[in-house]
Design a protein around this ligand. Structure first.
Ligand code: GAL
Length: 421
């Protein structure tokens, strides 16, 4: 168990503040508190569907959005509140952190609803294990996002007679040509999570799924310390030199607005961008096109959004059952994911009415799942522990920003990051 969470456990139980699985009957809540990080146009549009669905089911939400793409800040606040013994009632969680919170006894078990609603047989394989703890469901699988997308303002490319790049070297060449014409090529904010996601796309696309898993998830020293890693870091630095002068502390969704306005030509990020494009009534893919980020082999980097109910005086078993039944229904998940730009975590939902980018994402996901090219994101909370994720993203961010940092320094620092539980 990770040191931080053990500390949290000790503090909580010593203060006697953590409510064990409180089954004491309580009156139906007037309002329960939802902690999440969905603050962009598309995210808010999608979250309002959560609010509406729960209100119809008799549960009203106190919305607690914590700005910050990727949720790092939101998760820090969650940890602080858990230590204080005042966790929110429902929380947006991702990946291995679900297991950590469940192991500490914070989460409602949802196994009965999962059985009644037949979750298991209808969930995508990647949505089964991650939402269970000790083979029982403890989180509601909501959305699967594809992270290796390249969003392109077609008008800008046409204006300069540039073709859609099909390799990272071609992308760097296009960036150079755009810069020569006074166009900032990439919508990217000075935000560790955004920069780490760009690196993840480059490492996966240039090295391939097998390399990426062995180098950055298994931390195989021979693979990490290989020519491929050096070639990737060389290209990452070339990109940093091209884009850093034009960067600001903009949020990812501010970058999406610049992409729509033609102030940036590209954005390399997950399909939450699609949610914002649709909420902004951009023409997708006519004006803003979606292409898989350049890759030697077709593949699919993913993360998943889940909702977990924390044990609190307000979320008794009845409330937990109503919430998880409502938010796991095919009807809700279809409507929600269409607006969010994501794919439903269930396999029994047809994508009629979804944008063509989502339809292509699903086709690519199915192919990638069959060919072993479906990779959990490190930097967006799916592949490693929160501590390893933060340490890896921090090193990537340092290398991007610090011209004096050598590839061998980066590799050595990564090798020293613990990957275990
Ligand atoms: C991801 C999350 C997405 C979107 C994105 C940007 O971690 O899975 O739903 O919110 O952050 O904030």
């Amino acid at each position: 168990m990770k040191p931080f969470f053990l500390f949290c456990l000790l503090i909580c139980f010593s203060s006697g503040k953590v409510t064990a699985n409180n089954n004491a009957p309580t009156s139906a809540p007037k309002e329960i508190e939802f902690l999440h990080w969905w603050t962009s146009k598309g995210e808010v549009a999608a979250f309002n569907l959560v609010k509406d669905a729960l209100l119809q089911a008799g549960v009203s939400l106190l919305d607690q959005p914590i700005p910050g793409g990727g949720g790092d800040t939101a998760m820090s606040i969650l940890q602080a509140r858990a230590i204080a013994g005042t966790p929110p009632d429902i929380v947006q969680l991702e990946g291995p952190s679900i297991q950590s919170w469940a192991a500490l006894g914070f989460l409602h078990e949802l196994e009965q609803v999962a059985k009644d609603e037949n979750w298991h047989d209808n969930l995508l394989p990647v949505a089964q294990q991650v939402n269970q703890y000790q083979q029982r469901y403890v989180a509601i699988p909501i959305a699967i996002h594809r992270l290796n997308w390249m969003w392109i303002n077609q008008k800008v490319l046409r204006q300069y007679g540039l073709a859609v790049p099909e390799s990272w070297d071609a992308l760097i060449d296009v960036f150079e040509r755009l810069k020569k014409n006074g166009v900032e090529p990439l919508a990217l904010g000075k935000d560790q999570w955004q920069v780490a996601l760009l690196f993840e796309n480059l490492a996966f696309g240039y090295g391939g799924a097998d390399y990426y898993q062995r180098a950055f998830i298994q931390m195989d020293p021979a693979v990490l310390n290989s020519d491929t890693t050096h070639e990737i870091l060389h290209r990452f630095r070339a990109i940093s030199r091209l884009v850093k002068p034009g960067m600001s502390h903009m949020r990812w969704d501010e970058g999406t607005q610049l992409l729509i306005e033609g102030e940036r030509a590209f954005q390399i990020s997950g399909d939450w961008v699609l949610g914002d494009l649709l909420a902004s009534h951009a023409k997708v893919p006519t004006d803003i096109a979606c292409y898989p980020a350049p890759s030697r082999h077709p593949g699919f980097i993913y993360n998943m959004d889940s909702f977990a109910l924390f044990n609190s005086p307000r979320t008794d078993e009845m409330t937990a059952a109503v919430v998880s039944k409502t938010l796991s229904s095919p009807e809700f998940l279809k409507t929600f994911n269409r607006v969010k730009g994501a794919l439903p975590a269930r396999s029994d939902i047809k994508l009629n009415g979804f944008n063509s980018c989502s339809i292509n994402a699903k086709k690519d996901m199915e192919t990638a799942a069959k060919t072993g090219q479906m990779i959990p994101s490190i930097v967006d909370s799916m592949a490693v522990s929160p501590i390893a994720q933060q340490a890896t993203s921090s090193e990537i961010y340092r290398y991007f920003n610090d011209e004096t940092m050598k590839p061998d320094d980066f590799i050595l620092h990564l090798q020293n990051i613990p990957r275990g539980e």
